[in-house]
Design a binder for this molecule. Structure first.
Ligand code: G4P
Length: 318
């Protein structure tokens, strides 16, 4: 499935991050704990190079509590990376972030060497909510200070701790289709950029394999035990639509409306605490995606060579 989004301010944001990162000690990347691999922006690591990074697995209250530790371990095993989990019910997230940043950059701190931090995240990971909780209305808005671009906001979390906020940024092309589906299911991608029915079907397929009891409990499908996991995804979407009364004339199910119901139930965690990917799955998708990209590049190169006209005056063939 292709997700077609218009990357809005992407180029400007990218430029702003590229400029700001030179003076930054630590990057905080806010991730969606329900898709901690797919919500990490590969463009960001390109832009921030080897800056120490704090990965915040946010909205952990909606994620599978058995899977979040797998992701924390996976990220914490990476050099220059620390990870922690968080959610909006945390009344004092500032201390956690400040401590995490000091662990990553122990030489910064104090008025002479304040900690300078860039905070990023794809849309809808809860970055604004987190910043609002932390900033306590201390943030300096665009234009308040010289040297801060229109796309940035500087927030003083402590006298020696500055946080630069950037707009939520996606990247131009998603390598692994599974990551695209997960991002769309989470609400990170604008509604016009994908087909909701396709995204709901893909989500159901994932949930059937890994969270079938939650589907049974939510939609009360009254099927024999184990049947939900065996159903065809379209059959399941239809059964949910019937159960929820999403009908068109002539006894047909309104699949679009049903898709919206399923997506909303996932996004609001009414379905339960779900994590759509494990580190192992995510790595496999990413590797397959990269391989496909490489093969595509080779095919493109081969086509170019094939269609290249022989140059005039070239050496005569033997
Ligand atoms: P963003 O800046 O990264 O784009 O995300 P934002 O803070 O706007 O949050 C997106 C949605 O996620 C909001 O819900 C927000 O309330 C919700 N949210 C943020 N953090 C958490 C969290 O830790 N746990 C849970 N369960 N939800 C969280 P919304 O319905 O889009 O808006 P609202 O009416 O609730 O504000």
């Amino acid at each position: 499935m292709a997700i077609q989004w218009f990357p809005g301010h992407m180029h400007l944001t990218r430029k702003a991050i590229g400029e700001r990162v030179k003076d930054i000690d630590v990057v905080i990347e806010v991730l969606d704990a329900r898709l901690p691999g797919s919500s990490a922006n590969p463009l960001l690591s390109e832009l921030t190079g080897h800056k120490p990074t704090l990965k915040v697995l946010n909205k952990q209250d909606m994620a599978d509590p058995e899977r979040t530790p797998l992701w924390l371990d996976w990220y914490n095993a990476q050099p220059g990376v620390r990870a922690l989990q968080l959610d909006a019910s945390d009344t004092a997230p500032t201390r956690k972030l400040i401590d995490g940043c000091h662990q990553l950059s122990p030489n910064r701190g104090g008025m002479a060497k304040p900690m300078r931090v860039l905070i990023c995240g794809v849309p809808n990971v809860g970055k604004s909510t987190l910043i609002n909780t932390m900033s306590n209305k201390r943030q300096a808005k665009t234009g308040d200070e010289a040297g801060i671009t229109k796309l940035e906001q500087r927030i003083t979390l402590a006298d020696d701790f500055y946080l630069w906020d950037t707009p939520g940024m996606l990247w131009p092309r998603i390598t692994a289709p599974e990551s695209g589906y997960n991002l769309a299911a989470s609400g990170a991608v604008g509604r016009n950029a994908y087909d909701e029915e396709l995204v709901a079907l893909e989500l159901l397929r994932r949930l059937q394999r890994q969270y079938a009891p939650l589907l049974e409990a939510r939609y009360k499908l009254a099927l024999p035990e184990g049947a939900v996991a065996q159903m065809h995804d379209e059959e399941l979407l239809e059964a949910i639509g019937r159960k929820r009364g999403a009908m068109l004339g002539g006894g047909r199910v309104n699949l679009q409306k049903t898709a919206e119901i399923v997506l909303t139930d996932f996004r609001t965690a009414i379905l339960g605490r779900i994590t759509l990917e494990t580190p192992t799955e995510f790595e496999a998708w990413r590797e397959a995606g990269l391989l496909e990209d490489a093969e595509r590049a080779i095919r493109k190169e081969a086509r170019k060579v094939k269609t290249k006209k022989p140059q005039r005056g070239g050496a005569p063939e033997a």
